[in-house]
Design a protein around this ligand. Sequence first.
Ligand code: PLP
Length: 369
Amino acid sequence: MSERPLLTADPKAGFLAHAEEIRAAIERVLMSGHYILGPEGEAFEREFAAYQGGGQTISVANGTDALEVALRALGVVAGEKVATVANTVTATISAIQQIGAQPVYVEINSSDCLMSAAALSAVLARSPDIKVVIPVHLYGRMADMPAIMAVAEQHGARVLEDCAQAHGAEINQRKAGTWGHAAAFSFYPTKNLGALGDAGAIFTNEAALGDRARLLRQYGWSKRYVSEIPGRNSRLDEMQAAVLRVKLKYLDEENRQRRHLAAHYTSRLSGSGLTLPPEDTFSVSSCWHQYAIRLPRRDALREALVARGIHAGILYPVPLYKQPAYAQGVKLPVSEQACDEVLCLPIHPGITRDDVDRICDEIMKYFRP
Ligand SMILES: *Cc1c(COP(=O)(O)O)cnc(C)c1O
């Protein structure tokens, strides 16, 4: 008997879990005759802001645009520098580069693979012209925002949180996206809150910043055909907004499922010799977008798992400063080691506790055949 393949993400399972409600939401949009920036988008923006505990949501076409529009709203222009990490998705760097700004890479902690506040402090001391810092909350776990905000404040830099993998993650009961001056979310189908196509949003508690982002996402229009500032087009369509309104209702419950799966992985794999991701604590709560283990020669384990229908992912194999398009002569040893060693095991609501047992059994067999 060949067993069910276990995928790194399963957007179809995410649809099927709420199929009836999603179909009804799409039908509602079809019949409304309103397909771009209408009542569904406005309702989603309100509901997502309420989920964040107040503030402003500005929906845009995808997560990369959310980063770019937020950077522009924060006043970043061509030739300026933006501090961020090298072990992230290309999108983070692409957004900086679209403006003509330059990424300055900050080393990560080896304990959690997230931006090191101490390294940030050194970078900002060396480059006082850096106006904006983008910490990336990788794998669902938030970077050390209390420390990063303190360092940024000390140097007069503004902070844009990359929350594309952190919907609902918290530190001290405060959600990802509410710590920085602004935040960028992606609702790409594989994210914890995923649409059925491209979607993204900027979140901020600063009214002026939100207003500026709102102008920037549509030609700089304050009202139709009146451009206050130069802008672009990055709008969320009504169908994706309606789908996201359904999915948002289940986000906390689905994050809880992920948390249980993570705890099960950790209990099964502790003592295996693998480096496991840091556990949740009373004050730090991951939304477990990924369960990222680390080991030397991870490619061999990955191939063995794939041969058994278990699709482990590598987020991310190459630091951004080594990509041909974004090459820079820097070297961050901790980031490079993370890129060499990390392996992400399947974790999402389409995975069961039994699936985790099957995956852990295969990993044990790999080490002790
Ligand atoms: C997915 C992702 C993005 C980009 O989102 P898109 O919607 O695909 O443009 C940005 N940053 C991180 C960390 C991501 O995981």
